[in-house]
Design a protein around this ligand. Structure first.
Ligand code: TK8
Length: 354
């Protein structure tokens, strides 16, 4: 349902790439264990493989590089992070499976695929829950993240923290969007995320889940009319080249959960765990800083290359209200926790640009 491409074959290729890497890592570990003798003793050299789906230059990609550098610095070179980005070891859904199975150590993943394991996480994307990324950080960092992390731990994921995947807008190549009715009938690609599918279904669009890596081609070939993403992701994957309209709806927010296989996490020494947690903190700060900086610049740039509209958000909020009701019925406790926390500080964030 998700992809038209021969997914099985692609996954197989990726899986054997992963196995090859795991083999290489094991070989390197064995080699360094044998290399006693004259050279400097390098005992506990550890290599950790981190997969993500973002394009080079995307804040997530640069945040991963910051994490790699911080881990190397803080461990005195004892711990090496090997980054495999751009879906080179599978798309987000596939990487979640690999981390759960322990064949991939870490992933900076996406909210939808993560919510297949921790269903509550999809509620972070309730329509119009957050005014801005800053509003989301203030709500999520702390008790909400702890709730999500505790649920994730039960199903094999150690959550280090929640990166910023930004406020999402709608682009398409068919028409200008001024109101919710304009979205009806459009074939909109969504991530593998039940909340986004629900929102676009409610708006009368034809929501079509597809891996992010397939999106550029799908838009270019007209297999789908449009998509929804933060402008930073649109830009770093050049989607504006194959789209003509951008509606600044800010209809939902997403995080990128930074996860590690619980088994791998538990098998690391306390020292290394501390290095990873501290480097992850430095990396999320850098990633969020880059998101903020790039978002403003890209909105300005897109005014030149796309027809940009700013639809009335109140109309969209009203049109998507049944979505929130459905999710409230399904997850009443978490719905209460997250909406109460968001409302408590909404006023402080209302003036900020999305
Ligand atoms: C890239 C994806 C992307 C997400 C999506 O790995 O799929 O639309 O927003 O950022 O995670």
């Amino acid at each position: 349902m998700h992809d038209d491409v021969p997914q099985g074959r692609r996954s197989l290729r990726r899986r054997s790439l992963l196995q090859g890497l795991a083999g290489a890592a094991a070989g390197a570990a064995a080699l360094s264990a044998c290399a006693g003798g004259d050279g400097p003793r390098r005992t506990d050299s550890v290599r950790i493989i981190l997969g993500h789906g973002a394009a080079p230059g995307n804040p997530r990609s640069d945040g991963a590089l910051a994490f790699q550098r911080l881990v190397a610095e803080q461990s005195g070179g004892e711990v090496e992070i090997q980054i495999l980005g751009q879906e080179s070891v599978g798309n987000d859904t596939e990487m979640m499976v690999s981390v759960a199975a322990g064949t991939l150590d870490m992933s900076i993943n996406s909210q939808g695929p993560f919510s297949s394991y921790v269903p509550e996480a999809a509620l972070i994307g309730l329509p119009f829950l957050f005014e801005s990324s800053a509003h989301a950080y203030a709500v999520l960092d702390g008790a909400l993240q702890d709730t999500i992390a505790a649920r994730a731990e039960e199903v094999g994921f150690h959550v280090l923290n929640l990166w910023d995947n930004g406020m999402r807008d709608i682009s398409n190549s068919v028409r200008s969007i001024a109101s919710p009715e304009d979205v009806a009938g459009l074939k909109i690609r969504t991530p593998d995320d039940p909340m986004t599918i629900d929102i676009f279904g409610e708006l009368g669009a034809n929501p079509t889940p597809l891996a992010f890596g397939e999106l550029y081609l799908a838009l270019r070939q007209g297999a789908v009319d449009g998509q929804e993403n933060p402008v930073v992701n649109i830009k770093s994957s050049s989607l504006q080249e194959v789209q003509s309209h951008l509606a600044v709806t800010g209809h939902k927010y997403e995080v990128n959960p930074f996860v590690m296989s619980t088994t791998r996490w538990k098998n690391l020494s306390e020292d290394i765990r501390q290095v990873i947690a501290s480097a992850a903190q430095g990396a999320v700060e850098e990633q969020r800083r880059l998101m903020t900086e790039q978002t403003a610049a890209i909105y300005t740039e897109f005014e030149q290359v796309l027809e940009v509209t700013h639809p009335d958000r109140a109309e969209f909020r009203e049109a998507t209200a049944p979505v929130a009701e459905r999710w409230q019925a399904e997850h009443p406790d978490f719905f209460d926790q997250i909406t109460t926390a968001a409302e408590a500080i909404r006023a402080e964030h209302e003036e900020q640009p999305a």
